[in-house]
Design a protein around this ligand. Structure first.
Ligand code: ZN
Length: 251
């Protein structure tokens, strides 16, 4: 392989890794926002349950006050009924009013019972949600700091790669570097330096002319695909002995 092509290939490898890291860095704030949104929805649900629980208590208190009022009214009416100068008609009217008060009391008592029935599960739900939420907040905080640490690591890595990239770029002839950069932009970070294995451009899948493929194989110059203009490289297939040596070294 021509040394400039090898350098361009290394440059591309660094660029791909930088791109990968930058994509990850970009997704982390979104991840955090999503975790926070879920937590916020759980907090909102708890607030609703709490408000319902408070309303339940308030309603019962009001009903109890009403019962007390009706009872006071009844005892006042009874006092009036006990008076000596009362006619039969008046007596009946008082009695009628007492019945009316008693009916209101029963109605209020029934409603209190209903409310108590509703209050129990509501209170249980609030208690459970409060516990779950405390645990969830802890998890969310952990996730957030993990995401932030990851993001910082990625950024440090990008800085290291960027420094390495500078060195590789400086090692390339200006013309080749410009060609690489232009194509990288055009291909939207796709591959610029591609394998020509089997006499096929890995970029556009065009079959190279046999003679041209031979030249690419020799690697005496920098070659570009005649169709898509990507820079071509050819990696000499390793011999069986080399592969055996390699796997032995890896062990
Ligand atoms: Zn091509």
């Amino acid at each position: 392989m021509h040394p400039h092509v090898r350098t361009a290939l290394s440059l591309q490898s660094v660029d791909l890794q930088i791109g990968e890291l930058q994509r990850e860095i970009a997704t982390l704030p979104k991840q955090i926002a999503e975790i926070e949104k879920l937590l916020a929805s759980h907090v909102a649900k708890l607030e609703l349950d709490k408000a319902a629980s408070e309303a339940n208590k308030r309603d019962r208190k009001n009903l109890e006050a009403e019962i007390q009022q009706q009872n006071q009214k009844i005892s006042k009416l009874r006092d009036q009924m006990g008076g000596s100068k009362i006619t039969n008609d008046q007596y009946r009217a008082f009695q009628h009013e007492i019945e009316f008060c008693e009916k209101a009391i029963r109605k209020a008592e029934d409603r209190i019972l209903d409310l108590m029935g509703e209050f129990e599960p509501l209170e249980k739900a609030v208690k459970a949600a409060e516990g779950a939420l405390a645990a969830e907040k802890k998890v969310v905080d952990g996730e957030k700091s993990k995401a932030r640490a990851r993001s910082n690591e990625d950024k440090a890595q990008v800085a290291r790669f960027t420094a390495g990239r500078k060195e590789l770029a400086a090692a390339l002839p200006k013309e080749l570097l410009n060609k690489y950069e232009r194509m990288r932009v055009k291909l939207k970070d796709g591959l610029v330096v591609v394998d020509a294995a089997g006499g096929l451009c890995a970029g556009c899948r065009l079959t190279l002319r046999p003679q041209y493929f031979e030249e690419v194989k020799k690697g005496e110059e920098v070659h570009q695909c005649e169709n898509c203009h990507r820079i071509l490289y050819y990696e000499e297939a390793q011999s069986f002995e080399d592969l055996v040596d390699q796997s032995a070294a890896e062990k």
